[in-house]
Design a protein around this ligand. Structure first.
Ligand code: GRF
Length: 185
């Protein structure tokens, strides 16, 4: 399966997916890495992995539609079949949703529908939950609201945000690969 990965930050999920493709553990090829942040560390990772990069700054365009049209042209050129969001810190708009119906997937660091949006791990710890987790879901026009495909629970490590985040990221890297393999088979 030809996939494009969207990311805005450090890109540890992007790295895990790229490694899984390389090792044959994920039945996919990353044909494009799309970012809205050309300065993000994920760009470095893509460069090292020889994966083509589309770095498109939203502020260079007057509308979300114009921004997504530029991304769409790069996606078409790359022949990507699925869009895989991995820390892409923007809501996907109608241009991409219409071009890839039911073909856009996201990963989120909580057991949705609890704690959607930014800082899901901080939100969970702030509420004092003992168990949180990871969700892989189809993307719709909402914020972390699409149909759920896979979930895995992660224990909160008492009062320790860093250790809990580390445990969540480790589960993300496994769960994303497993969930995508199920979709692509
Ligand atoms: C992950 O926790 C992912 O679930 C969320 O954003 C974070 C991205 O982390 N959507 P990374 O950039 O892949 O390390």
């Amino acid at each position: 399966m030809k996939i494009a990965v969207f990311a805005s930050g450090s890109g540890s999920n992007f790295g895990a997916l790229a490694e899984a493709c390389e090792k044959g553990e994920l039945n996919a090829e990353i044909v494009l890495m799309v970012t809205n942040k050309p300065e993000a560390f994920v760009v470095e990772r893509a460069r090292k992995a020889n994966i083509p990069i589309a770095a498109v700054r939203p502020k260079d365009y007057e509308t979300k539609e114009a921004y997504e049209e530029v991304i769409l042209a790069a996606l078409r050129e790359s022949e990507a079949e699925w869009l895989i969001l991995a820390g892409y810190m923007r809501l996907v708009g109608q241009t991409l949703l219409k071009a890839y119906p039911s073909k856009i997937i996201n990963i989120h660091p909580s057991l949705l529908p609890s704690f959607p949006g930014k800082d899901a791990i901080g939100q969970a710890m702030g509420h004092g939950v003992k168990v949180t987790g990871v969700t892989v879901h189809l993307v719709d026009e909402g914020m972390d609201t699409g149909p759920i495909l896979a979930q895995r629970a992660v224990d909160v490590i008492d009062g320790d945000v860093e250790k809990t985040a580390e445990a969540i990221h480790a589960v993300e890297h496994e769960l994303y690969k497993d969930a995508l393999n199920k979709l692509f088979c």
